[in-house]
Design a protein around this ligand. Structure first.
Ligand code: HEC
Length: 129
């Protein structure tokens, strides 16, 4: 339940940040919130249009089987392809989105927009995409 509430919150932030979806905004309409689960729109985020680039930029330096130095990243945790990512989807969400300390990547980097997309991808997309 906590994850869902957070998703709704991030989804709302996303709408505000994009300045879109005026018609549906409970703030503008003065109606009680009727936001449907943002997976309606968030399901558009997937490996091809977001995940691969995100992982190359933020994770592959340590979590690719081809990397020269993993800086201690576990051998079994590589994100070379979409299937490997989905094998670790829960841990990726935990370490990169939900964790308040002990974040991945260790030095930080992804902004809130990128982390929102990461969450939308791994919670809403069809598994394996
Ligand atoms: C600078 C190197 C480095 C980068 C970049 C990095 N990691 Fe890691 N990662 C590590 C190390 C070291 C460990 C093992 C120690 C630990 O778990 O904190 C690890 C462990 C993990 C684990 C397995 C441990 C667990 O809690 O299940 C996951 C999943 C993970 N990283 C996800 C990510 C994701 C997702 C990114 C990119 C957003 C990322 N990492 C970026 C170094 C890195």
């Amino acid at each position: 339940m906590l994850k869902f509430e957070r998703l709704v919150f991030l989804g709302f932030l996303g709408l505000v940040a994009c300045g879109g979806a005026e018609e549906k905004s409970p703030v503008d309409s003065g109606q009680p919130s009727s936001l449907s689960p943002p997976c309606d729109v968030a399901a558009r985020v997937n490996y091809t249009n977001f995940g691969q680039g995100f992982l190359i930029e933020n994770c592959q330096g340590c979590h690719a089987s081809s990397t020269a130095n993993r800086y201690g990243a576990p051998e079994g945790v590589s994100f070379d392809d979409v299937d490997q990512v989905w094998q670790h989807a829960d841990r990726i969400l935990e370490r990169s989105v939900y964790s308040e300390s002990n974040m991945m990547p260790p030095a930080g980097g992804p902004d809130v927009d990128a982390l929102t997309r990461l969450e939308w991808w791994l919670l809403c997309a069809e598994e394996g995409t």
